[in-house]
Write a protein that binds this ligand. Structure first.
Ligand SMILES: C[S@@+](CC[C@H](N)C(=O)[O-])C[C@H]1O[C@@H](n2cnc3c(N)ncnc32)[C@H](O)[C@@H]1O
Length: 351
């Protein structure tokens, strides 16, 4: 399957216009400062962009970032701009043609961003075998990936390598495709469905369990959207399976518990993060307004207290008293459309 994916991204596709579905396309609303950064990226790099989400978490200045499956380098270059001259970005991809496009434009972007020397590099390699690339344990603040992990035949290896490479308190912040049920093997074996980032997708609950298994105890969904297939032949093949593009953030924190527990804690956001003066979106269920005393579970408390977000919050409470399960960190069904169809099915069963 790896060879067929290389063929698809190296030779079959010449640009995003060649895609048959919108699985590898981004429709998220993009903040102005990120739009400005994208506007500075070389046309050839942008033409061969096949991402499905937006990889611009907050507080990137000076950070060391790894991009898994960096492709032609669009996100890596945007991040190179956002981390600033003292940050650093490493992109890894297995497809020579994609790497060639990315490498061709290093000097262009260094000059465009006004840096004295490049702060980005691209390495040829497999994201399941990051141990072969000489990258040190605990060496990245943030790992990103855009519409790639679904293409990997060994997703557990990718996630556990990402866990190894992250610094404690770091995060894997990535966009990918998920399904609302397990995808049958005959569809997984279809090279076009696989190459289009559909049939390699994990069923969302298998993903949650895998993330927890490798150490990311509390995966947080940031945003999601149902994918439009808009291709009759592909729609017929996939039948009733629904696919979603979703962005998750997975913090590497020993302190996280398997469930959201209530210790009566709260946080107050100071409004001090650039571009987020009125509120900060931690994840889909945590839109934290500036100045408001915001009740949190123990895990959310730690995600803010033990990470780069800490200086921007006041922390209220301790671990002395436990009040049971914390309600409010999200439902057991992650995506709105999955939740809706499950409710409809349940309603149908009652009639
Ligand atoms: C859908 S494209 C996304 C590329 C890039 N992230 C972007 O947003 O434009 C998938 C990319 O992942 C790379 N890729 C897929 N499987 C890989 C693997 N196992 N190891 C390394 N790269 C891989 C492909 O070569 C391709 O460049």
């Amino acid at each position: 399957m790896k060879e067929s994916v290389k063929e698809y991204y190296g030779k079959t596709l010449q640009g995003s216009a060649d895609l048959k579905t919108d699985a590898c396309a981004t429709s998220t609303e993009i903040p102005d400062y990120v739009k400005q950064a994208i506007g500075q990226i070389h046309d050839e790099v942008v033409t061969r962009y096949y991402g499905c989400g937006l990889l611009a978490p907050d507080l990137l200045e000076g950070k060391r970032i790894l991009d898994l499956g960096s492709g032609s380098g669009r996100d890596a270059y945007v991040l190179s701009k956002l981390v600033g001259e003292h940050g650093y970005v490493v992109g890894v991809d297995m497809t020579v043609e994609q790497l060639d496009v990315a490498n061709r434009h290093i000097d262009y972007h260094t000059e465009k961003f006004g840096y004295a020397k490049p702060n980005v590099e691209f390495i040829k390699g497999y994201i399941e075998k990051l141990d072969e690339l000489g990258l040190e344990d605990n060496s990245f603040d943030i790992i990103v990936s855009n519409c790639v992990i679904n293409l990997s035949p060994d997703k557990e290896a990718v996630l556990s390598e990402a866990y190894r490479l992250l610094k404690p308190g770091g995060e894997l912040y990535f966009s990918d495709v998920y399904s609302d049920r397990r995808v049958p093997q005959e569809l997984v074996d279809d090279p076009v469905l696989y190459g289009e980032c559909l049939s390699g997708a994990l069923y969302w609950n298998d993903f949650h369990n895998l993330a927890k298994k490798v150490g990311f105890a509390d995966p947080r969904l940031v945003e999601d959207r149902p994918l439009g297939i808009d291709n009759a032949a592909i729609e017929k093949k996939i039948g009733h399976i629904s696919f979603f593009s979703a962005t998750y953030r997975l913090f590497k924190l020993d302190q996280l518990e398997p469930a959201c527990e209530d210790y009566g804690q709260a946080v107050i956001y100071k409004g001090t993060i650039a571009h987020n003066e009125k509120a900060l979106l931690l994840d889909k269920h945590h839109w934290i307004e500036t100045g408001r005393t915001f009740a949190v579970c123990g895990n959310t408390y730690n995600m803010l207290r033990e990470t780069r977000f800490a200086p921007h919050f006041e922390f209220i409470g301790n671990w002395d008293n436990h009040f049971g399960i914390f309600e409010g960190c999200g439902t057991s069904l992650p995506y709105d459309a999955v939740a809706l169809s499950a409710t409809e099915e349940a309603d149908g069963g009652c009639c």
